[in-house]
Ligand binder design. Structure first.
Ligand code: NAP
Length: 314
């Protein structure tokens, strides 16, 4: 039997997972050569635009290697009955770990301390100054979904009190609800952003929220860049309106605004929240499972929305 052709706009990692994909499918990389392909493999930060979908008349499945679908034109996919799958849950621990790492790095000045030692400032008699203790604080989580709740479990496990906000209050949690980002920021000193991306959440963390977090406050964003107003954040860091920030995601990746690059109290990482060997392997397995289910006419294991939870008829 001839192997189906799929268009891969993203890589699977580790390499043996990419090899498995190549063993089962004829993987093409050029959208100009993909008019007959039924399945696209993409990543959360790459997505698939409506203009790209228009070049793929046979498209029936968009398999996202990640959970963010803000870069996929969902309305167009829904209109054409194209299924979208993601890799939920299996990356939540990795991203929660990253959020914790960024918080500690910002509050305890770990990245700054590393630069300080390497630059010879310690050996030449310099002193870095004091950091802020984090684990004695009340934490706030903006976006209480799979990642936010996993993070809340870790924080509670370390003895922290946790508050959260989301679109809807959750009945099944020990953590306290606040109705919006402002109310949350007023009541915590360590604010984690783990909300979905997209237009609904654009600029949820603005100058008012940062002012409410306060001059001892730490902000961590592992969700999507646009959820935080980067200009307001740079101004707040510069003015000391908040104490520090840890950012894994940005508006225009891989470009980072100069004002954030210049801020010593801001820890920056290159969108690596899910980039552990363990999480990437589990994500790749889910991608392979979804593509295999599609070509076998079986129900998709992890459809993004229920409208395409049923088997697709080829
Ligand atoms: P999820 O389970 O869908 O959770 C999303 C949460 O966002 C939900 O709690 C939802 O509220 C909340 N939300 C949506 N719109 C909101 C609004 N307008 N105001 C307040 N809260 C809102 O998603 P997830 O798997 O936890 O992923 C969370 C985020 O992490 C996404 O942005 C994703 O792209 C990002 N991510 C980043 C990395 C990385 O490498 N840094 C890796 C993976 C994922 P309800 O619960 O009330 O619906």
């Amino acid at each position: 039997m001839t192997r189906p052709r799929i268009l891969a706009l993203a890589e699977l990692k580790p390499q043996d997972m990419a090899d498995r994909l190549a063993a089962d499918y004829r993987v093409i990389r050029d959208i100009g050569d993909a008019a007959d392909v039924e399945a696209v493999l993409t990543a959360g930060n790459i997505g698939l635009s409506g203009a790209q979908m228009a070049r793929l008349p046979a498209l029936r499945l968009i398999a996202v290697n990640g959970v963010g679908v803000d870069a996929v034109d969902l309305a167009e996919a829904r209109r054409r009955g194209i299924a979208v799958t993601t890799t939920p849950d299996v990356l939540s621990l990795a991203v929660a770990e990253m959020a914790l790492g960024l918080a500690l790095a910002a509050g305890r000045r770990i990245a700054e301390g590393d630069r300080f030692v390497r630059a010879g400032q310690w050996s030449s008699g310099g002193k870095l100054g004091l950091g802020l203790s984090l684990l004695e604080r009340r934490a706030g989580i903006l976006g209480y979904g799979r990642i936010g709740r996993r993070l809340a479990d870790l924080l509670r496990g370390m003895g922290m009190e946790v508050l959260y906000t989301a679109r809807h209050e959750k009945p099944d949690t020990p953590d306290g609800f606040r109705p919006d980002a402002l109310a949350l920021a007023r009541d915590c000193a360590l604010l984690f952003v783990t909300a979905a991306g997209g237009e609904d959440t654009r600029g949820l963390v603005d100058a008012d929220v940062l002012a409410a977090l306060g001059s001892a406050g730490i902000l961590v964003n592992v969700a999507r860049g646009p959820v935080v107003d980067a200009g307001a954040l740079a101004a707040a860091l510069d003015a000391g309106a908040i104490a520090g920030a840890g950012l894994d995601v940005f508006d225009d990746e891989p470009n980072v605004p100069q004002a954030l690059l210049d801020a010593p109290n801001c820890v920056l990482t290159p969108h690596i929240g899910s980039a552990t060997a363990e999480a990437r392997r589990a994500m790749a397995q889910l991608v392979l499972d979804n593509i295999a289910a599609y070509f076998a006419g079986r129900p998709l294991p992890t459809p993004y929305e229920a409208w395409h939870a049923l088997p697709l008829h080829r």
